[in-house]
Design a protein around this ligand. Sequence first.
Ligand SMILES: [Zn+2]
Length: 367
Amino acid sequence: MAAESELQRADWGEPLGHAATVRGLWQAARAARLPHALLFSGPAGIGKYRAARWFTLGLYCERGVPSKDGAPCLACAPCKRVTSGSHLDVFAVDLLETPADERPEELKIGRFVRRERDSDWDGRTVDEFLALRAAEGGWRVVLVREMERANVAAQNSILKMLEEPAPNVLWILECSRKNDLLPTIASRCVQVHFERLPVETVSDTLERRGVARERARALARWSRGSPGEALRALAQREWELRELLVQALRGAVPPLVSAAAVWELDGTFEGKTAKAIERARARTTLDLALGCLRDVLLAREGTPLAELSHGDLAALELPVARSGATLRAAIDGLLALRRDVESNIDPPLLLDSAFLALAPSAAACAR
Ligand SMILES: [Zn+2]
């Protein structure tokens, strides 16, 4: 939880690697060329929402919209109101502000339009915000985080509001899966694409947060240049999880012992109930195991190791990789278990089966 709140909640600093993109938008603001809706899209965890916040600050800072190398000061009264969430002209729809154990999976229509019934939201809605006039003059900004979580009804309500733009209202929609949006929403927005960061940049960021170098490099590589994903992997103890998987793959430890150790790690997983958290842990472990085996298979088939997250495993003589056929059988087994995670099967039981699939020789001996 610490990693999430640090990076995703309270952080209003300059967005790593995206300053130039934001400066371009400030320039458009100074030239009065901002559209009424922006869609910030790109992979998850790379800092799109942080860029949206930084950009928003620049619209309100007392120093004026930053030019060239300028930046919002973070110290003036309007900057402080924006960062504390008390600025009357900035409205954020952000599921991550809800504690993880109460957080709904979807953004529902009730966040956007007042509904008397079937609403899980009793706070202010976007349409109520938009009905007010600008308190301080200038822009009125609606930020929506993880727009891909908005269900169809919610998206339709947004679409309606986008189709009737109020003066001086700026929507900033942040989205990691553009395919989950209604095409009509995307076409109503000016799209701003954000790229992944260099792996070294992510690794340096982790090291500055006190993560040891070898671990920082591995997590940055696995995240493929997404600081948010790397921090999530850190919080979920994926480095330690992979150690357990490798133990089992090498046959160094009985697979069921490694599987049991997964449940002893103190990783942080998201979920409303204890069962949901167990499922999240099983899902992450299975995805990591699949990633490892796929990379070993790809390495066998000639993919350069530098292009693979888990290419280092190809050098180990893993019993499961004795032939392409045993490797594919293990991957198929894990894929079937991965599908079972969403069903009612006991997560520890699933992981026992997964670890047995990783160590086929040990499983054969046990029979
Ligand atoms: Zn300021």
